[in-house]
Each structure stands twice: as C-alpha cells, then as structure tokens.
Write a protein that binds this ligand. Structure first.
Ligand SMILES: *Cc1c(COP(=O)(O)O)cnc(C)c1O
Length: 411
C-alpha cells in the first residue's frame, strides 16, 4: 500500500520542484487542468505590466520596431521550435490552432492536387474535424474527410489519401499515437501528414525533424502556459516552404508587407503562414510561458509526468476499487501523455464536487473525468490528496447534490 510519506519524499527529491514557485498558484488549490488552461507564470504579470504601460502606453506605435512587436511571432516560433525538434525558421506563432489547421490542410491539399481525401481520427478533438469538413465543403471539388479510429488507422492510409491529419496525444484518453508507423505508411503511399500537438508541446517529447514531419499545429494556452486565448503555432517543414501557399493571403504573409503593393506576392519562408495583425498583448505573455518551459529539461519533465500518472493509477486502484471508476488512459506510461482519464457514470457531478473542494480537473462528455499532470508545477502529494478526496466524495456520496448536476457552459 502506498502512503502519503512516499509522495512527500518524492516531492522533496524532485529536481523540478523549484519551478512551482514560478507560477501564481493559489495555496489552497490543486490544479490538474493545465492541459486545458495552463496557470499564470509570475513573470507574465510583470511582462503584462511592461507591455501595457511602457510599450503601448508610453512608446505607442514606435514599439512595433523598438519592442520587436512585428517579429514576435517568428521569435517565439523559433523558441517553440526548440521544444518540438524543429529547425529555426520552421515555426511561427499566430492566430489560433483551428485557423492554423485550416491553413496547413489547404496547403497540403494543394500539394496533392490529384487526391481528394483527408484521413482523421473522428473521436479526437472536434475542432479538427470541423475545420477539415468545412474546408472540403468550401473547396467544392469533391474533397472529403474520412475517419478511422486508431486500430484501423494504418490500414486506412491508402493511395487515395492526400493528407493524414491527426492529434498526437488524444485529448480524452491521453493515448499517444504511433508516429513512426503512421509516418512510414503515409510516406509509402505518398500522403502528407499534419500533426496537431495541442496536448504534446511542452508535455511529451516531440521531434518533428526526426519524424520527418510535413506540417504541425499546436496551442499556446495549454502546457505552454501562454494564458487564455494565447495564439497558436504552426510548423511547415523547410522543404515544403515557398512552393505552395496557404489561402488566407493577408498582408502579413506578403513578401514585403510595407511596400503596400496592390497585388499579393507570397513570402517564401514561414511568414507565408501569417495572416494579419497579431494579438501582441497575448503573444507577449506566451513568450513568458515558452521561456519558462524552455528552461526545464524535457527528459526530466517526461519522467516526472509518467511517474505522476503511474502513481495516480495505482492509487485509484487501491483506494477507489468498487466505486465505479474505470481507467481509460493507457496503463503503459510510454504511450500515455501527461494526463490520466477515468470514466464514471456520474462523472460530471463527481468532478463538480471535486472542483468545489478546490481540486480542479475537468469533464469531457459523455463520462470522462480528466486529470492533467503538468510536471512543472504538479506535486506528487497533490496526486495523493486528489485520490483521498475522491475517496471521501464517493464514500459519503458528496457528489449527489442537485447543484452538481446542472451543466455550466464550459465544462
Ligand atoms: C485544445 C485543442 C484545440 C484548440 O483549438 P483552438 O482553435 O485554439 O480553440 C485544437 N485541437 C486540439 C486537438 C485541441 O486539444
């Protein structure tokens, strides 16, 4: 049987322990939802003040040059490149994940003009499906999205597939896809691959160069701690740059935006993925999150995240046996992202009861309780306390109150 002392010992010897103090986390809250919205880095508060008061307030429009506002998307993109195994000049920060997916899918379909199919895993995060379906409808040349779930994915990658567009770490179960097998099969049939790294960047090792990836997109506000609505990033392999273009021809993706020419001429580098003016306040805060993440060792992060997940699963099995929970994340930590998901028939009210007791995870319909273990700030003892609280909630039926049944707009 595990004991709380064991968890406290692990916290004492945790080489990443000092990172927690760099976040503004309320003393009485256990935060297990960094996979949905990362917490506030303390340095972001200072940065926000500086950007608003000095850069905007005092320096006004001069800041586009003086404070490096214009290049910020590329500058942060290059920093993110270091986290995901990309080269300098292959990543740029702009817009949101959905928009960036639209851009890379359009571009990829143009590159495979003789094919009409986008292959996706339908059970994954819906925005990806919606964007792809919307794009196909918009193109109006008989393009279609076809779906396959993970066991069938490899077989579904056939010679009529133009693009395989997949979420690397499943948003519900945390399962990691077999990148190597998928890339190999896609290459063998001449299909391109788009990776959505929403639950990967800053959470699990990603090496786009080693994968020989074509395209990728990802979020700024999850494990990168960029703040609510932080802009996203987009990756285009060097070999694909300057040949085809994404269709949102805004002035920021023009090769010489300040020439203000009448007709569009595309930038030939990663700037071609830009659209128009970017949210500088949000982007500034993202830079703080990325800088903080870049100081942590990915190997250590991964080890801790696997261990947090393993110990959580072990505790759930010890303490919540017979309570109706089922672990739906992989037990093998090698193929599990930085989260563990449980199912329960009363998952929604149980999560509400937990949140009311200041342990914050989230719920995903129809029955999934998600617990994100961001290793930069989650402590081993948090895992212990979470399962203890769940045990209390179940034993005393504390979830069974009418106020926990009503669904809020955001779950
Ligand atoms: C969170 C998430 C997104 C978010 O897309 P936005 O456009 O930033 O809202 C997209 N894809 C996946 C897989 C996600 O998990």
């Amino acid at each position: 049987m595990l004991t709380r002392e064991q968890f406290e010992d692990l916290d004492r010897t945790d080489p990443l322990a000092s990172f927690r103090a760099e976040f503004e986390l309320p003393e009485d809250v256990i935060y297990l939802d960094g996979n949905s919205l990362g917490p506030l880095p303390k340095s972001s508060k200072e940065r926000a003040r500086r950007v608003v008061e000095q850069e905007w307030g005092r320096d006004l429009i001069k800041s586009w040059n003086k404070a490096g506002w214009f290049e910020m998307g590329q500058r942060i993109g290059n920093k993110i490149a270091g986290l995901i195994g990309a080269d300098q000049g292959e990543v740029i920060v702009c817009d949101n994940t959905s928009l960036n997916l639209f851009k890379v899918l359009s571009l990829a379909l143009d590159m495979k003009a003789d094919r009409r199919k986008i292959l996706m895993e339908g059970s994954n995060f819906p925005t990806d499906n919606y964007v792809a379906q919307g794009l196909c409808k918009h193109l109006g040349y008989g393009h279609e999205v076809i779906f396959a779930e993970r066991e069938q994915l490899i077989d579904a990658i056939t010679e009529d597939v133009a693009v395989v567009s997949l979420v690397h770490v499943h948003y519900k179960t945390g399962q990691i896809l077999d990148v190597k097998a998928i890339m190999e099969k896609a290459r063998s049939v001449g299909a391109l691959v788009v990776w959505d790294l929403a639950h990967s960047a800053g959470a699990v090792p990603v090496d786009l160069g080693d994968w020989k990836a074509d395209f990728a997109v990802g979020c700024g506000y999850k494990y990168l701690n960029g703040g609510p609505g932080a802009p996203a990033f987009v990756y285009v392999a060097k070999r694909h740059q300057g040949r085809f273009r994404q269709p949102l021809d805004g002035w920021w993706s023009h090769k010489a935006p300040f020439d203000f020419t009448r007709d569009y001429e595309p930038a030939e580098d990663i700037w071609q993925m830009m659209t128009g003016t970017q949210p500088i306040l949000s982007m500034s805060l993202l830079e703080e999150g990325v800088d903080l993440m870049a100081r942590a060792d990915m190997g250590m992060l991964r080890e801790k995240s696997k261990r947090l997940g393993d110990m959580f699963i072990q505790l759930v099995e010890e303490k919540l046996d017979g309570c109706g929970f089922e672990v739906v994340s992989p037990r093998d930590a090698e193929v599990r992202g930085s989260q563990v998901s449980l199912t329960h028939d009363y998952g929604y009210p149980i999560m509400q009861a937990l949140i009311e007791r200041n342990i914050i995870g989230d719920f995903r319909a129809p029955d999934i309780l998600r617990f994100g273990f961001a290793p930069l700030y989650v402590r081993y003892s948090d895992i212990w306390d979470t399962v203890e609280m769940l045990q209390d909630i179940m034993q005393k039926n504390l979830w069974n109150l009418p106020e926990y049944q009503a669904k809020a707009a955001v779950t």
